[in-house]
Design a binder for this molecule. Sequence first.
Ligand SMILES: Cc1ncc(COP(=O)(O)O)c(C=O)c1O
Length: 376
Amino acid sequence: MPARVGDLLADIATPALIIDLDVFERNLDRMRVHTSALGVSLRAHAKMHKSADIAKLQMSRGGAVGVCCQKVSEAEALLRAGVGDILVSNEVIGEARVARLVRLAAKGKITVCADHPDQVAAFSRAVMAQRAQSGNNDLILDVLVEMDCGSRRCGTGSIAESVTLAKAIATAPGLRFAGLQSYYGRAQHIYAPAERQAALNESIALTTSTRDAIRAAGLSCDRVTGAGTGSFEIEGASGLYTEIQAGSYAFMDADYAKVRTTDGSTPGGFEHALFVLATVMSVPGAGRAVCDAGLKAVAVDSGLPLVAGTTGVKAIGVSDEHCNLSDPDGQLRLGAQVRLIPGHCDPTCNLHDWYVGIRNGRVECLWPITARGKVF
Ligand SMILES: Cc1ncc(COP(=O)(O)O)c(C=O)c1O
């Protein structure tokens, strides 16, 4: 473990993933206030932090009705640790994996997505097999149609396909049609508010038409779920979405800090709560310092980390175990600690075993990253 409860920041073995608990709690509170003002449920995306402790806090303090996971193994780890209501907001493929998912549905409240009739048939077969094996004839799996509303990731490609799939779910033994997932990931990262709004207007219009067509086919479609940190204020105000899947709001990474709302602020007013604490291990001169958090401690897919609490110090490159910093004014001494704000929180969290929670300069808690490496 990188630290013990009561340690000072200086005692923490670096690189370590630290959470500013005051800021983190403010982020949870802000999201609770936003979602309640918008009249939507929050189903926080746990793929971001992969922690059962954080998921439970999002549900108790933060008002979430449950969480999302992206992988069956992630859901298994969180359910085992006591998180009882999970949407696997993704497609699940392969007989063995589907069987694992269905076994989870026997233990907790599980919902999953589908975008193809073969997945629906596989879910139904697996539920019926599990019923036969366990004698539990009440076992039922909730399945959402996932539609492509612009992301060009997974999802049905037309309204007609969505309606056909919804009917297939509704008539398949052992399954219940649970509604629509419409998630527009790319739109969340459009920094300019007018462009983001325009992209989301299109996806909201398509999602509304899809929901209405499913209803016109005689099915009830009361749950529309999707959205994230960069877009939830727009989808949440649309009157269409009933459930918001934001994840990054709890930590806020450097990329989301570039997204602007119409009044120039960051989405939801969320602040950076997550840092990679690193130590300066070399000061080679010429306005440069090197710290001990490289690619194995901080993800750079959304750009290099920012350096918190300094002016003029910048990350200029990373390799496996090192981060090169430009320090034109020579502020950094050997052994000094720096706090890096990751460009992207999700893949950064998956690199660590522990969150170290900090308040008033001391370690208050250590939370295991329960589903670290659970990507299968
Ligand atoms: C299906 C789905 N829902 C919600 C989210 C949450 O987004 P964010 O962490 O950006 O708030 C993601 C993130 O990629 C996602 O894939």
